[in-house]
Design a protein around this ligand. Sequence first.
Ligand SMILES: O=C1NC[C@H](CO)[C@@H](O)[C@@H]1O
Length: 423
Amino acid sequence: MAGAAHADNSGFVAVKDSHFERNGQRYMIAGANFWYGGYLGAPTGVGQRARLVKELDRMKALGINNVRVLAVSEKTAMKSAVSPATTSAPGQYDEQLLQGLDFMMAELAKRDMTAVLYLNNFWQWSGGMTQYLNWFTGSPAHDPNVSKDYERYMAENATFYTNARAQAEYRNVIAKIVQRTNTVTKKPYRDDPTILSWQLANEPRPGNSKATPQEKATYVKWIAETAHYIRSLDGRHMVSTGSEGLAGSAQDAQLYLDAHRTPDIAYLTYHLWPTNWGWFDPKKPDATWNGMMEKASHYLNVHVDYAKKLGKPIVLEEFGLNRDGGSFDIKASTKVRDRFYDAVFTTLEKRAAAGDPVAGWNFWAWGGAGRAANADYWWKPGNDFVGDPPQEEQGLYSVFDSDASSLKLIADHDKRLKTIGAK
Ligand SMILES: O=C1NC[C@H](CO)[C@@H](O)[C@@H]1O
């Protein structure tokens, strides 16, 4: 069975009775999104190894035991995307950046932390599927920050799943990463329990909000076949989708369930974005809080119910809210965000305490010592990396090392979650 439990002392995380288990103990994720962790680990160029070590020490001290990291990026002309990229062109890979991933994995292992590594991106901020389509169809890489047409962007991106040449290159990249030997530890990735799961992509969607039955069927097939391919290369690690849940499934519960039914997908993932989804207005917090929390509470709970239905664990692997007033300024307070985080953590703790298949959370996202460099808060090559990728203002959702109230909340709930998991 994919994701089946390992020998007690392997250190691998696996599924047992709809929960995670590691070395014979229940394993709960109290994690952070740290998309740029591999970039900081690079030996040259964008690498900032001293910062990476400091960030991991800070996270470890808070009890954070898992990071969710971008493992693969694609070189693109889009302004909203990070540069450089691990794939500079089909078949050409940046060994310096891949050594950055190696270094990060080695540092995580030293701290007994695990990583979820995503191998593609539905969004443009790392090149992603739109860049593959540019390479193999000649269509211009589509930056929705420029076109403002997300519906067209998502429908176009979904053609990635049926483009044979794009899929071939994507699988080449998957094979390259999954079969890689860490240049720092000399350990094959396949044998490294520091990896919690391989993840198909960040937020893969079946198409846009009007995804057709054919697009939905294609999406389910792509997930099953790609997960099976990864498991054929590496039968020891779990595989996950990177799905946002209903918001990334055209609000179609049957589709979300079907996408996670295959035995090669070990657990369910979901994300929670009240401002992005129009549930919350950071400039009108009092007027929009109650409605938002009603929707968020339902979203949090209904996905745990879906996981129960499939008998698999579920991880809330992204959630976030703006700084007060929607400010990007690191000096802005985070009272509303702290209230939201507290409500999210508490909801998941309640379900976990009831024995439901809650396997943990990753907040979005660790900004740590990074700082926005420009008055307009947009990222430019050479600037610090923060929790917000280049397609968003640098400070939008990041949790910085100076956000003391947020960090304390994370540490407190980290302990509570693990106490529940230890029972
Ligand atoms: O995966 C993601 N989900 C939401 C984040 C914040 O908007 C975004 O930065 C990222 O693309």
